[in-house]
Every structure is written in structure tokens, then in C-alpha cells.
Design a protein around this ligand. Structure first.
Ligand SMILES: [Zn+2]
Ligand SMILES: [Zn+2]
Length: 347
């Protein structure tokens, strides 16, 4: 009962503080001048891709949510590791329900190909979430907040919330705002936006609502994972981490700082050919613009506060009459599928 009162009070405060930018995404044909008007020009852009030289950085294909026979999967961990390595993935987190997999982890060589296997667990007592880089997950706590608190205190692990669409009837949006405002960004890093073959399509909107609620004080990185329970679920959704080398420390750092894109082929009909490919991301703070150079795509959409605000390669944050704020994020759509950027914070 007490908790409910706190939630309502917080929702009221939130509503009053952000009159121009509702956490509910508006239709695409919204009047931007009316929606974003009367906001002072932003002074800086924080890019997750800061310092990355796209000409030389390595790109590692990753799935961070996988099941095996230890819980309700059909294959063994070794079989799943081999299956992902054979298909050209570089990183795999084994995350069985409420059971840590920590046996064959680190760099594993499969038929001459290296794959980084990350130990992890999917906590499923309440709202599902993944906890990576931990050795033992028990004991289970009573609610999400105390479980997250336990994981961070005990394991200093890296956590992200799974498939919110599966839980949408039980958790109000304030639940997400509260969690992301409460826990450190280097531990609770984000949420799944694509699960399996886009099993919960509303998760894309939920991500933008959460971003609208908590940006730019902190960010919420997006994830795309097969959540495979057997071989045939492999291959639709993945992340790509941008690091110099394939090792646990650099990959953890890339996960925590959003140095990644995420992809799915499940949101385009009959996907053919290559996925969209980002060649460069250029942030210019003098002109307050972000420019994307890419290939294998036919459409680019920039979103701010859940609304599509620009469909060009270059977005100007400060315009005549209205300014975007909180965050912007771009999505590339091509014949092979969709690429999602992480959010750029606007301050
Ligand atoms: Zn789950
Ligand atoms: Zn799962």
C-alpha cells in the first residue's frame, strides 16, 4: 500500500517536471514545433560512439541471452556454443533460468574459431532479467528490486531487463523509471528491445518511453537477443560490440558504455542480403549535429521522445523554433533487416 502512494506521487512530480515531452510516444505526424517548442537550445551531445575509429575498430557479433538443458533448453551448453561459433558469432552469454552457467567460459576455441563465452543467469522469479559475469546467482530474493540489489552487492554483475512486453500487465512505466533512477548505470545497463524474432513488438515503444522518462540524467541501452531454447531459434536478433580485442574486460566495458548496435531480421518481411552497416558516426558539437554514414539501407529514422523527428543522415539538434532534447536514437532499415543505434544524450 505504502509503495503505491510513493509511485503516484512520483508520477505526479514527473508529469509536472516535463510538460513538453510526454513519456507516451506520439503519432509520427505530430507537430514538432508544438511538441518540442519553447525548449532552450541544447549545449552538448553525449555519444556512446565517442572515441571510436570506425575504420579500425573490430565488430563482434553477440547474443547475451541463451538457454540450455540446465533449464528449459533442448541443447547442452557445449552444443549451443558450437552452434553460435559455427554461425560466425563471437560472443555468447549462457543464461539459464535461475542457474548460473560458469563452466566452459572465457575464450573458447571451436574448430579454430574463438568465441567469448560469458557466464550468466536469467533471474525469473518476477520480471525476468539477465545478470552477466557472475559465478553463482542464489539465493532468490522476493522482488525485482531486492534481487537486483543482491546481484549488484554480491556479484557486481552487469544486468539488463528482459522482454518487458511479457510483463507489461504487471509493471507500470513508473516501475522502470524507478529502477533505472535507483541503480547504478554501470550495473543496470538497459533492457531488451528485441527478444527472439521480435516476440514482443511493443518493447520498442517501451524502450522509448523509458528513455523519455530517465534521459538525460542517465541512459538505457538496448539489447537484441535470440533467447534461443533450441537450434532453430538461432539467428534472428543480435548485438554487435565495438572493441579493439575480443576479451572479457573490453566486452564488458563495451556493454556498460553502449559501444554497440543491435540488429534483427524479424521486423522486415522476407529479409534478403546484408544487414545495414554503419561506416561512421560524426558528432559535431559546434553545429550540434550528428551525421551517420552507412550502407545496405533504404530508410533512416531518428527518434526523440519516441517520435520520428528526422529522416536524413544528418540531424540538427537545435533548430529554428524548436529543439530536440533528452536523447535521439537512429534506426536503419534495409532489405536484410534493421540496425538500431544506442541513444545519444542531449544536454
Ligand atoms: Zn525470460
Ligand atoms: Zn530467456
Amino acid at each position: 500500500m505504502k509503495k503505491r502512494i510513493i509511485f503516484s506521487f512520483w508520477a505526479l512530480t514527473f508529469g509536472l517536471a516535463f510538460t513538453n515531452c510526454s513519456p507516451d510516444p506520439l503519432p509520427d505526424n505530430v507537430d514538432l514545433l508544438q511538441y518540442f517548442g519553447s525548449i532552450p537550445p541544447a549545449t552538448t551531445i553525449e555519444s556512446p560512439y565517442e572515441g571510436i575509429d570506425f575504420d579500425i575498430i573490430n565488430r563482434f557479433k553477440a547474443v547475451l541471452h541463451t538457454h540450455t538443458r540446465v533449464s528449459d533448453g533442448k541443447q547442452t551448453a557445449d552444443e549451443m556454443i558450437k552452434a553460435y561459433a559455427d554461425r560466425g558469432y563471437h560472443i555468447l552469454a549462457i543464461t539459464d533460468h535461475d542457474q548460473v552457467y560458469a563452466k566452459n567460459t572465457g575464450i573458447v576455441n571451436v574448430n579454430g574459431r574463438d568465441i567469448l563465452v560469458i557466464k550468466g543467469i536469467e533471474l525469473t522469479m518476477t520480471h525476468h532479467f539477465n545478470s552477466l559475469f557472475e559465478d553463482s546467482g542464489k539465493p532468490l530474493q522476493l522482488n525485482v528490486e531486492s534481487q537486483i540489489n543482491y546481484e549488484i552487492k554480491k556479484h557486481n554483475s552487469v544486468l539488463f531487463l528482459n522482454h518487458p512486453g511479457r510483463h507489461i500487465w504487471f509493471y507500470p512505466m513508473t516501475f522502470y523509471f524507478d529502477l533505472f533512477n535507483k541503480f547504478p548505470a554501470e550495473n543496470l545497463v538497459g533492457m531488451e528491445v528485441i527478444n527472439n524474432a521480435d516476440e514482443y513488438p511493443s518493447d520498442k515503444d517501451t524502450w522509448h518511453k523509458v528513455l523519455t522518462g530517465v534521459s538525460p540524467n542517465r541512459t538505457v541501452y538496448g539489447f537484441a537477443n535470440d533467447d534461443a531454447h533450441y537450434y532453430s531459434e538461432i539467428g534472428s536478433s543480435y548485438n554487435e560490440y565495438l572493441t579493439d580485442n575480443l576479451n572479457e574486460a573490453e566486452v564488458r566495458n563495451a556493454i556498460v558504455h553502449g559501444k554497440s548496435f543491435f540488429y534483427t531480421n524479424a521486423t522486415v518481411s522476407r529479409p534478403t542480403g546484408s544487414m545495414p552497416y554503419v561506416k561512421d558516426v560524426i558528432v559535431n558539437r559546434a553545429t550540434m549535429t550528428i551525421t551517420v554514414e552507412a550502407e545496405n539501407y533504404s530508410k533512416i529514422e531518428w527518434r526523440s521522445c519516441g517520435v520520428v523527428v528526422c529522416t536524413d543522415e544528418e540531424i540538427a539538434i537545435n533548430n529554428d523554433g524548436y529543439n530536440f532534447y533528452k536523447y535521439v536514437q537512429f534506426t536503419l532499415t534495409g532489405p536484410g533487416g534493421q540496425l538500431f543505434s544506442q541513444p545519444f544524450l542531449i544536454k
